[in-house]
Design a protein around this ligand. Structure first.
Ligand code: MN
Length: 707
């Protein structure tokens, strides 16, 4: 059984430059693809597999390697059939699977916006997503074949695909220096986007071609003769300009078709660079050059590596003649761009060699640009495109945001809006629920879930990377701490006032105003926040408000007691050394800039700081603390299978949560030390929990850790 014709011609093309064993791989990839796409048809009515075959055929024109051709034959199987990446990897190797996966990822991103700036971002996203240039080459060939067969699509879809091709893929082809492809994509896009204008212009061009044929031949002969006279070896070609470039010129300069003269261009291809400049001199002697139109892209190549001399001459009957002069090498690069490096590679080169060549090409491009010193923008683009330090992602509405590499969902939320960032609680990436700390990848569609009362978490600062997110979180936390400190300050002040002035004394407006006058008109809220933060002592402010002198009090030691509810927020902290819980005797320490820190009475850390009595104040638990408090437990357990699970079950049973657990080997291999940080309501709850744990036979010893 022979393969159908279309694939035969592909194998023949490939056999022209690939080894027989590589062609065999292509044959098997073709069969695999045909089987996978079995029963699927293109809009044109052909079996689906004809499409990947055509795509691969386009790539043979660039002499792409067998991996790329194999991937081209398989490029739609992951998207359109049940075949998985793992299957491809097993059957055709990891590299081919990576290439197919890369193309499939590009297929999944959809460009919706019409904005120019968004198109630029989208192009960057496409380039950033593909570390291997071959993925883009396959994608471009795929797009080219789809454009060539666009006729079969419904009109609205045709217009959308044509617009996308014009905005995204044609410019990428241009940036990679794939000139022939760039022109064809533009031409086809123009045809489908503006069918009427295309038809009218095509007719006008046909008519003009007839009228001007004679003139063009005359010019062609004149150029050939002149070059021969001056003994310059060169080929001379006449070429018709493409419709889209004529159309663009008409649009840009508001010209009618009859005003656009240079619908023909000429090209001179010389043996070497010296020949280019000699030919230029000869042509300027033949026809007068139009001033200001000469460009030397040999000395200063374009960003994509394009090199040529461009000049425009006054031809017969005042017709402007555009001429490009270049060497055969330059011509090759002008037509095939980055692909020319596959076109002329050595037969024994393997993948690493290919990569090295691509790298060298980029390197040489970079050097060319640096030497000419012309294009800072080029360097900027090269950096973004090919050594990406940015990541491009979609909002749910299809807008593209560019963020720093390493950005997380929180960075994204703040990039959308500060309010979204401040209220975010979870995120979806490509429809899947993920933790907020998840890192974003190119092409991700990100959705942030918010709730009205959510607040930024200080822990976010550990993983956000954008300046916007960082400063917004800091700002919010500062403001929140300020408000909470002011509330605590107010309670501390009232308690101090009651202690020295009497139980029912309340500070009135007049007293506050007098205080403000005496203290540089500081806002009341600021004074209260400073008390809460420990920058001002409540007892001192109370005395000043009540106009009591220092002499009456003697010590600044605060009398009275502050009641702790546990819901004070950031203005009040529970010491990490002793982890006080309701029921423990406690003591408060006013730490400058941090507010009140609560320790247990017997905390060794607190004991060391006792030397500074002014900073200490009595605190006691409110009878209705509703929060859960962290407490540290150490257990010695015998090493039995499943002991940790038993402990965890008992802890859950007792209504407690595990915050943290760590294990360390005990003195002998028979025992382990386990550290738990658990959450409990109060001492009673803890006692109940410890009783339960002691009943487990493997538990040898259990202690609460303080300090
Ligand atoms: Mn395709």
């Amino acid at each position: 059984m022979g393969a159908p014709n279309e694939a035969d011609s592909l194998f023949r093309e490939a056999a022209g430059y690939l080894r027989p064993e590589d062609v065999h791989v292509l044959e098997s990839a073709y069969r695999f693809s045909a089987e996978a796409h079995e029963g699927q048809f293109r809009k044109t009515g052909e079996p689906y597999v004809s499409h990947p075959v055509e795509v691969a055929k386009i790539l043979t024109a660039w002499h792409l390697d067998s991996q790329a051709l194999t991937a081209a034959l398989l490029h739609d199987v992951m998207e359109d059939t049940e075949v998985t990446k793992a299957q491809l990897s097993e059957r055709f190797g990891r590299m081919v699977a990576e290439l197919v996966d890369g193309v499939s990822k590009l297929d999944r991103i959809e460009f919706e916006s019409q904005e120019q700036a968004q198109a630029e971002n989208f192009r960057k996203m496409v380039l950033a997503m593909t570390r291997d240039v071959r993925v883009i080459l396959i994608k471009l060939a795929d797009r080219l074949h789809n454009m060539r067969t666009l006729e079969a699509m419904a009109a609205p879809k045709r217009a959308r695909i044509a617009r996308e091709t014009l905005d995204i893929y044609a410019p990428i082809a241009n940036r990679l220096g794939l000139n022939a492809l760039y022109q064809e994509l533009q031409e086809l896009s123009f045809k489908h986007l503006f069918p009427n204008r295309y038809r009218v212009l095509q007719k006008a061009l046909q008519a003009a071609r007839g009228n001007r044929r004679e003139v063009v031949d005359r010019i062609l002969n004149a150029i050939r003769d002149r070059l021969a006279e001056e003994l310059i070896e060169a080929q001379v070609q006449g070429r018709e300009k493409n419709l889209f470039s004529i159309y663009r010129k008409m649009e840009d300069k508001s010209l009618t078709f009859s005003q656009v003269f240079d619908i023909f261009g000429f090209r001179v291809i010389t043996r070497d660079v010296a020949g280019c400049y000699l030919a230029l001199g000869a042509l300027h002697g033949l026809y007068k050059p139009i001033p200001g139109k000469f460009k030397d892209y040999i000395a200063i190549p374009k960003a994509n590596g394009y090199q040529s001399l461009h000049t425009t001459l006054f031809g017969p009957f005042g017709m402007p003649i555009e001429v490009q002069i270049r060497t055969a090498d330059m011509h090759r690069i002008a037509e095939a761009g980055v692909a020319s490096h596959w076109l002329y590679k050595q037969s024994d080169s393997d993948l690493t060699d290919l990569q090295r060549k691509t790298h060298l090409w980029l390197q040489s491009l970079l050097e060319m640009q640096t030497r000419s010193g012309s294009s800072v923008e080029f360097l900027e683009h090269l950096k973004v495109d090919l050594f990406p330090d940015e990541v491009y992602v979609f909002t749910p509405k299809g807008r593209i945001l560019s963020l720093s590499q390493g950005s997380t969902c929180v960075d994204f939320a703040y990039a959308v809006h500060t309010d979204i960032g401040n209220r975010c609680v979870a995120a979806r990436i490509n429809g899947e629920l993920v933790p907020l700390r998840s890192e974003l990848r190119n092409g991700d569609r990100v959705e942030i879930i918010t709730t009205a009362h959510a607040k930024p978490n200080p822990a976010w600062l550990n993983y956000v990377v954008t300046a916007k997110a960082r400063s917004s979180i800091r700002h919010f936390l500062k403001t929140m701490q300020y408000e909470e400190s002011a509330q605590l300050g107010e309670r501390l002040l009232q308690q101090a006032v009651s202690a020295i002035g009497g139980k029912d004394v309340v500070i009135d407006e007049a007293q506050w105003e007098r205080y403000a006058r005496d203290h540089g008109n500081r806002p009341r809220l600021e004074v209260l926040a400073d008390i809460g933060l420990g920058k001002l002592l409540a007892i001192v402010v109370a005395r000043q408000l009540l106009r009591l002198g220092e002499q009456e009090g003697g010590s600044n030691r605060l009398p009275g007691t502050v009641v702790i509810r546990g819901s004070e927020g950031m203005a009040l902290q529970f010491a990490k050394c002793c982890h006080p819980i309701p029921g423990d005797p406690i003591i408060g320490y006013v730490k400058k800039g941090q507010g009140l820190v609560v320790h247990t009475h017997d905390c060794p850390v607190a004991r060391k700081m006792r030397g500074d009595p002014d900073k200490w104040l009595d605190v006691e638990w409110s009878p209705d603390t509703r929060k859960l408090f962290a407490v540290n437990i150490r257990m010695v357990v015998s090493n039995q299978r499943g002991v940790l699970a038993k402990l965890a079950a008992e802890i859950a049973e007792a209504g407690s949560n595990i915050d943290n657990v760590s294990l360390e080997p005990g003195d002998s291999s028979a025992y382990s030390n386990i550290h738990f940080t658990l959450q409990v309501n109060n001492r009673l709850h803890l006692a109940h929990l410890m009783r339960g744990l002691r009943r487990i036979p493997e538990v040898i010893r259990i202690t609460r850790l303080k300090g």
